[in-house]
Design a protein around this ligand. Structure first.
Ligand SMILES: Cc1cc2nc3c(=O)[nH]c(=O)nc-3n(C[C@H](O)[C@H](O)[C@H](O)COP(=O)(O)OP(=O)(O)OC[C@H]3O[C@@H](n4cnc5c(N)ncnc54)[C@H](O)[C@@H]3O)c2cc1C
Ligand code: SF4
Length: 331
């Protein structure tokens, strides 16, 4: 590991100023991803600006009934928070399906959203990787890509985004709160991560020096039926092959008044299933309707040599999750 400076910030202003003062700086949350990548030589920051001492470690109820989650709230604390468990169960389930108890005790809300892909070629300095070294090629495309993207990938990168939390937040219409050199701004979680396109080195729309200060969960999806299901190779301590977050609200006739559906493990970002949502809205869906809506979404899939199984898995998982929330009668 190369030498680096370390700054422990006590205010948001101190953190952004320290970042600006050290070219090549990185913010440090729990360090469970960043420090691992530093040990591998994938990340080589000149300075770490530790944000865990910032006063951003609370979950607060907003006057409108939504929640504000500080960027340094630990994943375990967020998963266990009574208001989260009660009003946004998909968030709690997503967090508890990720990593291990020890990791969740260290990992932060901000760091979780900005964790890097688990593509093994990205983590291996001896392999080509356009995300790590733009222009070097993509080792995974013709190599081992069973875990890689089937939706929205590009010729340059087929990596998936690994955060479970991000998928649940995308389905629930949460926002990311940012503070940077040009001031504060808010970005919907569903628009925060990018597809790889021509710039796979950019995972998100975050600007240089911007700090995540928190996440806002809206009042509109508070208290609605929501859940998160994840399929993985092992029962714990494994990233998603496919995951589904869904939130559903039915009116008195059983018609869909609100639906949010997002996939994990399929793309470079949480995949908000807008086509499926559109197909379901206003209907009192049977299981066959749900299956058709999900199929309409997955029609855009472009599986690679070894990962077509993900399309089938995503179809069945989403049918089960959405059908379960809707109580969809079998035809
Ligand atoms: C063995 C293992 C298994 C795992 N399994 C899962 C899993 O199944 N599902 C899952 O979702 N995750 C999983 N994880 C990933 C884990 O959840 C992430 O490592 C963790 O959430 C990252 O949070 P952190 O606070 O430690 O981030 P850090 O490692 O501190 O930082 C990660 C990135 O975010 C940046 N950053 C941190 N905080 C901020 C901020 N406030 N503003 C701007 N930038 C910031 C850092 O600069 C860095 O680039 C696993 C990790 C390991 C090691
Ligand atoms: S899929 Fe993306 S992250 Fe993986 S090797 Fe290819 S360019 Fe790198």
């Amino acid at each position: 590991m190369k030498p680096f400076a370390y700054v422990r910030a006590r205010t948001v202003g101190e953190a952004t100023a320290a970042h600006a003062a050290h070219p090549g700086a990185r913010y440090l949350g729990g360090g469970t991803n960043l420090v691992d990548l530093m040990k591998l030589g994938v990340e080589t920051p000149d300075a770490l600006v530790d944000v865990t001492g910032l006063p951003l470690d609370e979950v607060r109820e907003r006057p409108d009934g939504g929640l504000s989650v500080g960027a340094t709230v630990r994943n375990s604390d967020l998963a266990a928070h009574p208001l989260v468990r009660d009003r946004y169960p998909a968030v709690s389930r997503a967090l508890l399906s990720g990593a291990s108890g020890q990791l969740r005790n260290a990992a932060t809300t901000g760091g979780n959203l900005l964790q890097r892909t688990r593509c093994p070629y990205f983590q291996d300095l001896t392999k080509p990787c356009n995300k790590r070294v733009p222009g070097s090629g993509c080792g995974a495309r013709d190599g081992v890509h069973r875990d890689h993207a089937v939706l929205g990938h590009s010729d340059l990168c087929i990596a998936t985004h690994p955060s479970d939390l991000a998928v649940a937040l995308a389905a629930l219409d949460a926002d990311v709160e940012l503070q940077g050199p040009d001031g504060a701004r808010t970005v919907p979680v569903a628009a925060f991560h990018r597809l790889p396109g021509d710039h796979p080195e950019l995972d998100t729309v975050i600007r240089p020096g911007e700090l995540i200060t928190g996440v806002t969960l809206p009042a509109a999806t508070a208290g609605l039926a929501s859940t998160y299901r994840k399929v993985r190779d092992r029962a714990s301590y494994a990233f998603a092959l496919v995951s589904v977050a869904a939130v559903l609200d039915l009116d008195a006739r059983g018609a869909v008044r609100h639906v949010g559906l997002a996939f994990g493990g399929l793309a470079h970002r949480p995949w908000r299933a807008r086509h499926a949502e559109e197909a379901l809205l206003g209907t009192a869906p049977t299981a066959a309707d749900v299956a058709r809506a999900v199929a309409a979404e997955l029609a855009a899939a472009e599986p690679l040599r070894d990962n077509a199984y993900k399309v089938t898995l995503a179809q069945r998982l989403a049918e089960d999750v959405v059908g379960g929330l809707a109580g969809a009668p079998r035809p």
